[in-house]
Design a protein around this ligand. Sequence first.
Ligand code: UGA
Length: 435
Amino acid sequence: MRVCVIGAGYVGLVTAAVLADLGNDVVTVEANRETLLKLELNSIPFYEAGLEDMVRRTRKAGLLRFTVDIESGVCDTDIVMITVGTPASEDGRCDLRALEAVAASLAALPPGEYFAVIKSTVPAGTADWLEDYLNQAAEGSSWEVVSNPEFLRQGSAIRDAVEADRIIIGAASEKAARTLQELYKPLNRTVLVTDRRSAEMIKYASNSFLAAKISFINEIAVICEKTGADVTKVAEGMALDRRIGGAFLGAGIGFGGSCLPKDLACLIHTAKQHDLRVPLLESVKEINDRQVKILPERLAHIYGEVSGKTVCVWGLAYKPGTDDLRDAPSIRIIDDLIKRNCVVKAFDPMLVARNKIAAMFAKIETYADPYEAAKDAAAILLVTEWGLLREVDWVKLRDIVNVPLILDGRNTFAPHEVEKAGFTYIGIGRGCSAY
Ligand code: UGA
């Protein structure tokens, strides 16, 4: 099929590359000329394992092109996929300005029969709105709009797109649903066809449920600490019940990133618009806001006074496998430490993440090496569980730090391993009632 993907962000670029890899003829429209220039050189504006290779390969095969111009991108295509960003506004409302700008450009296309798919995360009713708008504003054209939310995760985006648990198609006609089913057929995944509003809501409900699982286990972690239980064992035991499952039961400093926090906020905002009370969703957010404060507070509790102390932060990205700092817990933790007058030295393997944090905090020192970042530290705070940190030589580290103290914000390490080397280990919810 001929597909035009509008927006070369995370979802857009991965979708475009995966569809091209399946043999479709894909053109991606990117309005930002600087990003476009990079893409023309096969340089991906963010880190995602395997994506650069896939883009290079599909471009070489003539299956993937980039353009700045919507009209030339859309002309002669079967499907227009909209993947522009939909960030949260201050009050949690979903900011649809990028989508509205695309809608205005689509309305100005030459008359024709068009088929659009919204992949961006948008509130229920947006696809209905877009179809009505285009059919009214685009004289002589007929538009059909389908909702097809994306569920890929950063860090495993290609695998998630190719091996998706489910493909949701929210369509108002059988013909529209069939067109998308045809497109995804080679992936051989489970497909659910629904109405458009339910498809849009499935995305918000899914991300908010994942957030709720995390906040739930973080609530249990607080109780574990006071009762001497270990939340990692509790989660392991819970996960053995197939009705519960083990995913997203990792207790720690909470969820960040560009999706879970904003989608939760948007769902709460939507409920408020309808005068609904949603105490469960509000608690999910409240618990997450509490978790991110734990490490600096704990440090202050241990030392009494942390002013002037050197603190090492391991990990900046909101999770491993990405250089993304959007809503990353590291930002709030570092801000807190700097306000407490600590000297902050941060490690992250991603240069982009290090540069971004250095641009935010003038006083921070950043390192590509976890040992260098730990030099003379009064404590190490594990914020992002990068795989390479699991290989750390604790005995070597013991001679580098000033005080052998690790606050493990992701429950990444086995306490006895760390303690064997002479470190004091404090995790989240791991039976340490003293803190
Ligand atoms: C999330 C969803 O998982 C995807 O399905 C969805 O497509 C995507 O948002 C989106 O809406 O675009 P993502 O934000 O890339 O994906 O990352 P996740 O793997 O969901 O992690 C989010 C946050 O939760 C991270 O900060 C992570 O550290 C935290 N987390 C995750 C925990 O604190 N505990 C866990 O057990 C799991």
